[in-house]
Design a protein around this ligand. Sequence first.
Ligand code: BGC
Length: 506
Amino acid sequence: MAAAATCIAVVALALAVLEPGARGLDRRADFPPGFLFGAATSSYQVEGAYLDDNKSLSNWDVYTHTQPGKIMDGRNADIADDHYHRYMDDVEIVHDLGVNSYRFSISWARIVPRGRLGEVNSAGIAFYNRLIDALLKKGIQPFVTLNHFDMPHELETRYGGWLGAGIREEFEYYTDVCFRAFGDRVRFWTTFNEPNLLVKFQFMLGKHPPNRCSPPFGSCSSGDSRREPYVAAHNVLLSHAAAVRNYRTNYQPEQGGSIGIVIAMKWYEPLTNSTEDVRAARRARSFEVDWFLDPIFFGDYPREMREMLSSDLPNFTSEEKKLLLNKVDFIGLNHYTTIYAKDCIYSPCDVGTYEGNALVYATGGNPQIGKPTAVGGYYVVPEGIEPAVMYVNHRYKNATIYITENGYSQHSSTNMVDLMSDVERVNYLKDYLTYLSSAVRKGANVGGYFVWSLVDNFEWLFGYTVRFGLYHVDFDTQVRTPRMSANWYRAFLTGDEVHEPRRADS
Ligand code: BGC
């Protein structure tokens, strides 16, 4: 408690020295009425309670236990933020922010621990019922993700995760259970969080379970980095479409909610203005975003991908194309950064990276595109959110867009004063919101914005070495303390005087 009191004092002191800002674009009133403002988390990253109440082991439980060396600090999310037991307190801190929505994900292993072969876990259902009811009681809309990287380990073993076509029926079954149990109160559903990043981490770079890859992307014991990410993506897309068809047919007419998918989206700037680099940036976007959204909006993969991958990219049957078409009510975008794209077709470069199969090399550090953050490859480039949103707006028929994640990371090793007086995070959020509001003024149909994250949490391969939270978490005591950014967000949302922090570099 003493540590928490010190932190509060530090934040109060830091706020006191801030200069009052001019009323500018960064006001809630610059966004349309009904706009959702929120904060986000995901099940594996915050819940803990990994063995409680009949939950089965997820693929991440098993991965972090069997291969701790793959996680930067060797740790796991057995306890994480202990959100499963502290959810009522967490609803309070969500409410304290003044937001009207909270984005969280459901743990598949808690709801149907053994998939279609086993029972529905009533204790898991009861937990999310309690969470949803507590949020609604406070006037906070639940914004629910059905899959955020984790799945029951048993299903990963049985089907090879997203690689096996059998997983589609499993996902349809699991999501049906969720729509039936929670859909009377949930207005916003998303099927997948960042499937475009998920399948690359799992089957191209081999860094997430089930860790499959091949050179030049990595040296896993098995895998095919040129083919498997696209097979897994195919299964994800068809799983998504089947879940949306079921929701639209059996639940939406009565329940009246909406359903979308969340895509990870960087903005790619050409490294030079050469035609080759301009095309490389275009290609990188295609391999990142259009890869998942084109099939849903136009019934097939983008032309650039077909040209580059030929038969390594699966084909949709005409039935599947029909199933996919228009299967979203909105698009979620997780946007953190902008990066330069350099062509690797006409000049040699290292293609063993995330953009590799597009023959694009991405760099943000040389030359430096923006200030680096604690997560490698994530630079602060607020102006990039505007072209990113406009691109999706133009290409996908003025679809409603939610920014489902945007946030700033600090190294956990940073001193306590700077961890709490997180001026850089405040500036990051304020500046990204300013450019987002500019996209809205230019006609983009944006419905909401969520900060990643509500609280510091288990950051996948980084373990607890980096922190994204509006609230600092002491993982020994589980005490949550609002950072300066939490106080700034509250002031921004409630219309109190917004104090603009002095630039760290001014
Ligand atoms: C993921 C989050 C993650 C965040 C920060 C996103 O890719 O959806 O789970 O914590 O980025 O790295």
